[in-house]
Design a protein around this ligand. Sequence first.
Ligand SMILES: Nc1nc2c(c(=O)[nH]1)N[C@H]1C(S)=C(S)[C@@H](COP(=O)(O)OP(=O)(O)OC[C@H]3O[C@@H](n4cnc5c(=O)[nH]c(N)nc54)[C@H](O)[C@@H]3O)O[C@H]1N2
Ligand SMILES: Nc1nc2c(c(=O)[nH]1)N[C@H]1C(S)=C(S)[C@@H](COP(=O)(O)OP(=O)(O)OC[C@H]3O[C@@H](n4cnc5c(=O)[nH]c(N)nc54)[C@H](O)[C@@H]3O)O[C@H]1N2
Ligand code: SF4
Ligand SMILES: [Mo]
Length: 907
Amino acid sequence: MKNEVKSTCCYCGVGCGVVIETEDGRITGVRGDPDHPANRGRLCTKGATLHLTADSTYRLRYPEKRAVRGGARQRLAWDAALDEAASRFAETIRTHGPDSVAFYISGQLMTEDYYVFNKLAKGLIGTNNVDTNSRLCMSSAVAGYKQTLGADAPPCSYEDIDQAKVILIAGANPAIAHPIIFRRIEDAKAANPELKIIVVDPRRSESAELADLHLAIQPGSDIALFNGLLHVLIAEGMVDLDYVEAHTTGFAALKEIVRNYSPAVVADLCGVPAADIVKAARWFGASKASLSMYCQGLNQSAHGTHNNAGIIHLHLATGQIGKPGAGPFSLTGQPNAMGGREVGGLANLLSAHRDLGNPEHRAEIAKLWGVPFVPAKPGKSAVDLFKSLKTGEIKAVWIACTNPAQSLPNQAAVREALQAAEYVVLQEAYGNTDTADYADLLLPASAWGEKQGTVTNSERRITRVRSAVLPPGEARHDWEIVVDFARRLGAKLEHAAADRLFPYADAEAIFNEHRETTRGRDLDITGLSYSQLEAQGPQQWPYPADATAGRTRLYEDGRFPTADGKARFVAIEHLPTAEATSLEFPISLVSGRMRDQWHGMSRTGTVPRLFNLEDEPLLALHPCDMRHRGLATGDLARVTNARGAMVVRIAERVGLKKGRAWMPMHWGNQFMNTAGSNAVTSDAIDPYSMQPELKHAAVQITRLDLPYPLAIVRRCESQAAALELIQQARAFLNKFPYATVGLYGRQTPLVVFRAATATAIDDAELLELDRLFGMDGEDGAILYNDASRKIAKKAIARDGRLLGVRLAGEALAQVWLKQAMAEDELDASLIRFALAPTDKPPVSIAPRNIVCKCADVSDVQIHAELAKGSSLPQLQDKLKCGTFCGSCLPDIKRMAAEHAPQQAAAA
Ligand SMILES: Nc1nc2c(c(=O)[nH]1)N[C@H]1C(S)=C(S)[C@@H](COP(=O)(O)OP(=O)(O)OC[C@H]3O[C@@H](n4cnc5c(=O)[nH]c(N)nc54)[C@H](O)[C@@H]3O)O[C@H]1N2
Ligand SMILES: Nc1nc2c(c(=O)[nH]1)N[C@H]1C(S)=C(S)[C@@H](COP(=O)(O)OP(=O)(O)OC[C@H]3O[C@@H](n4cnc5c(=O)[nH]c(N)nc54)[C@H](O)[C@@H]3O)O[C@H]1N2
Ligand code: SF4
Ligand SMILES: [Mo]
């Protein structure tokens, strides 16, 4: 039976609506929801491939436990699992007090999941040790909004993009990280060529390609830039003095400070031309509507809160807030980081934007929950929480929907802490994350397509997330796991109110309770309900009981949620990065996102085509820094500092200045033999937001001579078979100084394994690898061996198809081989060249141009389909090209038009 269910994409904070297509209880397809205001039917590559992630081999299906750390996992029943967890937590709490346990949760949970986690810790157990991965992500944005505007609320909407005259993108790369927002920016630019786009980013990012002005500032120098822009706005009389007088405080003190930030001074601090600073300020100040968008380039800094304040100041000074096309718009990273913030999902917050430090707020929540009190002592924030596991101050930790053994900075310390912890529970959808290695108890959670609840996106819009299929095996919804555990723990602690605290029969009951906590608050949603959200579609908050619609824009009346109703300027000064580069560590390493991967890749890392852009971890450097180190593109290098090391391949990349390096954050021990970028990042934190400075680490990069390369490319019958194979190949990663494994492919999935060694890999080890990849034996084998050069190559072909190649000692051909193998039809002609020593194909293989990146459709496929006489709608129906983000539609229409005369002639 076929069915369709409306839900949301589980990746980024754009919060696109999706329609999930199912057949006989399985997810078969996904498309953008044309009615969802965030995307109007569009999806990016990640959203468009969601259905391909639904059946992963790696899903956790049953509760599992380890008798000893590092030991094998055994299946157990839910009752036994939760009773054990409750006993361990109760025992720890009784012996060492409530603050000896902690919860580390995630901006990818539903609001309802979040709510019950908070109630469990703060209401039942009596500890504020609940922190989330939003600490690595949005906590500087939260603190920045609160310091200046008085509440954690992005005042803008996506429709402001269409109305803006100037868009200032600072420390964000929406082309990659928020693609559907970027499509909207591109549309706005196309509709209004006068629209000016300014990008502030130390590197020439994909988003900077669209910019009218790119300020490639020194990493970490944003405060200096924003103060410099304010200096020019003041000097040129562009400040809206009436607005400042009527609606703000603190301007005089900041004015005194920015007096020192002349364009010349700022040019030195930021390393950009003074004229560009003046130009940016004039554009921003003269425009009728200036919108700024910012993300981790500002947040992930040891002065992230003040970075945020700095950009918000520009809006307050010019009155560019609370009106169409204007305002400081913090882009949210995770799909429900906003929802987490709404229920108080950080160790210093309480439900509905209340503060733990405020006794009245604590009393209000205690009353709503029916508990005597909510503890006053702030909980530990992420970095401290893990440090406390190491010291033993915290003994048991419950981790849900996040992968700290990859995503936290300074991994050596984090992993020591997890190792030292007395008890680690991991509530996960997938069983193979780096954190899973440290878990004593693993609890299987339902995931995208199965889950239910609500999420809030960047523009404060709440959408219902609905189940399309049942979870696999015995996996349960996150809120269900928490509620069941809470009742058991309550009984063990003999907590009188335990049953009354967690009465919920479904997610809706939790939503209704959460809704009540918002009554009268800035985010009041007492006018919303599940049925209303389903009938009328997603809604923005606030949406109080007497409202007929949500609020598009906040602060239109110039009143702010502070004691005196006025917004505040904060006295901020330029600060260097927490870690300065030095003679010993001269390169500044920046890490961030790739278009097609999501964080630790537990989900995107199961889809072959999402590796086609880059299928191994690449570190980009400036050509001078490469030359200086004797490095060429493709060489291997060791990246080191006092905290750790990794071996990666070097790639030249346009747009990096000298002294700066760039590496994606996605790769960790699942795909390489180190923790990746966080092996070297610093855990220095911002004093207000406690967000770590993930964006900047000082490192040394040196050439590593490993003259014996190895590449194995293996065709697999199915995605599931490829995932099985990768899982086994992982055991080999630690045997080599350089090793990575990944997927690749279009029609056919491939597994790609790469390694490099100082001395040639011996025959016994090669045989072991051949066995693993099903390439031992003589059947269909082609061999090439040159003992003097220690080259040993082997290809296996059957029925005219190349099944796999193993290239040891010389591996250049893997580049074109894997591309050709990914296209089924090219094989037969290829086989005899498979062992060639060249990185260029020896026969002419027509280059494939992927026209539709979202559906992964090439020009060859489109031309072939059009040549058969398909019309544009038929083509789109069959290949799905141009039906997701829409950016390739002009190309496809052009191709269809080229075929149209031929079709007409034939008819
Ligand atoms: N494809 C994809 N999309 C994602 C995610 C993903 O994993 N994959 N994750 C989501 C999440 S949780 C988040 S938080 C967002 C993150 O979204 P973004 O913050 O937009 O993405 P990043 O790549 O982390 O960093 C953005 C830019 O900051 C720049 N930058 C680094 N240091 C500085 C600095 O000192 N100053 C300035 N001005 N810029 C600097 C980097 O060069 C980079 O281009 O993406 C979301 N979207
Ligand atoms: N070097 C460096 N490090 C960074 C960053 C950076 O830019 N550079 N960015 C930081 C930022 S902004 C962020 S947000 C973090 C993200 O870091 P993490 O939170 O560690 O990233 P994910 O891989 O998304 O982890 C989510 C986990 O939840 C699991 N999961 C998925 N769905 C469900 C579900 O429904 N229920 C449960 N229980 N589990 C589920 C997934 O399998 C996955 O393992 O990384 C941070 N780390
Ligand atoms: S922009 Fe892409 S990843 Fe983000 S919500 Fe939309 S489809 Fe998902
Ligand atoms: Mo994030």
